[in-house]
Design a protein. Structure first.
Length: 154
């Protein structure tokens, strides 16, 4: 098996983190796949944090922005994804609360309007059920979904 030195691993991870935002969990996972001991992994991650290659706040801000604006994910799905990446809840909520409410509802409304055109249902009840399931799968909250589905009906 090809073994990698601590210095090589540090340099590769610095380059990896320079190319795009990454969190500690992603870097940790990658280093574990390389078969490095935990104490080495911890030293590398600590150094990357000190040298600002890894910044959980910066990562969270970029992740929330990208998943909301480009992937059109709702807050629940973004929260779950950040939880899986071990981002602290207080950091997650700080950036989720920065999402503009009007923009959030506008994106949800657009998603529902577009989906409505492609759904085949025998009646309004079935149609609304399918729209609600779709919006929930995108991570939007039930209150917001109901509001947007009702607006679409009118």
């Amino acid at each position: 098996m090809n073994t990698i030195t601590e210095e090589e691993a540090l340099n590769r991870m610095a380059a990896y983190c320079s190319a795009a935002e990454h969190c500690k969990a992603e870097v940790n996972e990658k280093l574990q796949k390389w078969g490095l001991p935990y104490e080495v992994i911890n030293r590398i991650i600590d150094r990357l944090v000190v040298e600002k290659f890894i910044d959980e706040e910066r990562y969270c801000r970029a992740f929330v922005n990208d998943k909301f604006r480009f992937a059109k994910w709702g807050k629940m799905k973004i929260t779950q994804a950040l939880y899986m990446k071990k981002i602290p809840r207080e950091v997650t909520y700080r950036y989720l609360n920065d999402i503009d409410r009007e923009e959030y509802l506008a994106i949800l409304g657009d998603l529902i309007a577009a989906k409505r055109k492609s759904i085949h249902a025998k009646d309004e009840f079935e149609l609304n059920g399918k729209l609600i399931r779709f919006a929930m799968s995108r991570g939007f909250e039930m209150d917001d979904i109901r509001r947007c589905v009702q607006v679409e009906e009118e």
